[in-house]
Design a protein around this ligand. Structure first.
Ligand code: ADP
Ligand code: MG
Length: 318
């Protein structure tokens, strides 16, 4: 379990992480979602004690990271920047990590097998492709057989096969009862992997919800209708107690009524239809809408915002 309480990180005037409170639970994959610059990597670095919070607290199974003895046996992490010495082989990199955490050499060979790097284990890391580098990073995270795993944008730059492999791995780790915390800036990626979602924008918590609930709340289905007799159609719909709203390019959008009903209604009223198509709003759209404000903020970083907008809640409190 990872518990964050009012976790905050400021870099000078910039609030990178703003008063985050949430819990990452075992047995499921928790997706940590937010646009680029939202504060995901900073949060993960604070969880690992690599960055010190300006305010608030974060605990791993009730303890601060720097108080954990042999930390790799509690929490394994793949961060964005890989800390592999280019002249060192995959085997030697893992061996060095294992020895500094009281982990037996046998485990090095095990994880190399698990991530599919056995054949290249003695090759120098500088010759590794991006995918092989990610696999080595994941091997390091798994080394201590930890109950908690954290991956920062693990699928970035990977080919479809690598992406599929990582997804399957994360799910199986969660099924083993482990805590799995994985970040991404892509909703489409999270929709396929995560059971639970924590969404942040501009360092702030925007949603903390199960994936199922997020899908149910945000996947609006409706029927798009286009007619050259728009007014007559609106009248017919209105008389039948069906509500329509304006869509793009003069279309109408009808919620909660199947296309068949709308078509029959139009026919009975002699209204010509040029389009009658069921639609599903994508989760990507829901995510974009949720984080729109923070994306807008980033589009404007060239011109500094007034301090109350930069600092938000903490400015008002301070
Ligand atoms: P994400 O991982 O969600 O893309 P980051 O945590 O990397 O976001 O960054 C959050 C914000 O904090 C960004 O605006 C970034 O520019 C800023 N930031 C991150 N690290 C530093 C740092 N060491 N010094 C100054 N600003 C930083
Ligand atoms: Mg990041």
């Amino acid at each position: 379990m990872i518990e964050l309480e009012g976790l905050t990180k400021r870099y000078g005037e910039k609030v990178a992480v703003d008063n985050l409170t949430f819990t990452v639970r075992p047995g499921i994959v928790t997706g940590f979602l937010g646009p680029n610059g939202a504060g995901k990597s900073t949060t993960m670095r604070m969880i690992l004690g690599l960055d010190h919070p300006t305010a608030g607290d974060v605990r791993i199974d009730g303890t601060h990271y720097d108080r954990l003895q042999d930390p790799l046996t509690y929490i394994g992490a793949l961060l964005e920047a890989k800390g592999v010495h280019p002249g060192r082989s995959a085997y030697n990199h893992l061996l060095w990590l294992a020895q500094s955490n009281g982990i037996p050499e046998r485990r090095v060979r095990e994880v190399l097998g698990e991530v599919g790097l056995t054949a290249v284990a003695r090759k120098k890391a500088k010759g590794f492709s991006l995918g092989m580098g990610q696999r080595l990073g994941i091997a390091a995270a798994l080394l201590g057989d930890p109950r908690i795993l954290m991956f920062d944008e693990p699928v970035n730059g990977l080919d479809p096969e690598g992406i599929h492999w990582i997804r399957t791995l994360m799910k199986s780790l969660a099924e083993q009862g482990r805590t799995v915390f994985v970040s991404s800036h892509l909703m489409s990626e999270m929709a396929l992997t995560a059971d639970h979602l924590v969404v942040i924008g501009q360092g702030r918590l925007l949603a903390d919800t199960s994936m199922a609930e997020f899908i149910e709340r945000n996947s609006r289905s409706y029927v798009r209708v286009r007619s050259p007799q728009r007014e007559a159609l609106l009248d017919a719909l209105h008389q039948a107690g069906v509500t329509a709203v304006d869509g793009a390019d003069g279309t109408l959008e009808v919620d909660g009524t199947p296309a068949e009903k709308i078509g029959e209604l139009a026919a009975r009223n002699g209204v010509v239809l040029h389009e009658l198509s069921p639609q599903q709003a994508s989760l990507e759209e829901a995510f974009m809408q949720l984080t729109a404000e923070s994306v807008e903020y980033h589009a404007h970083t060239g011109a500094p915002l007034p301090p109350q907008q930069q600092w938000g809640e903490s400015w008002r409190k301070g």
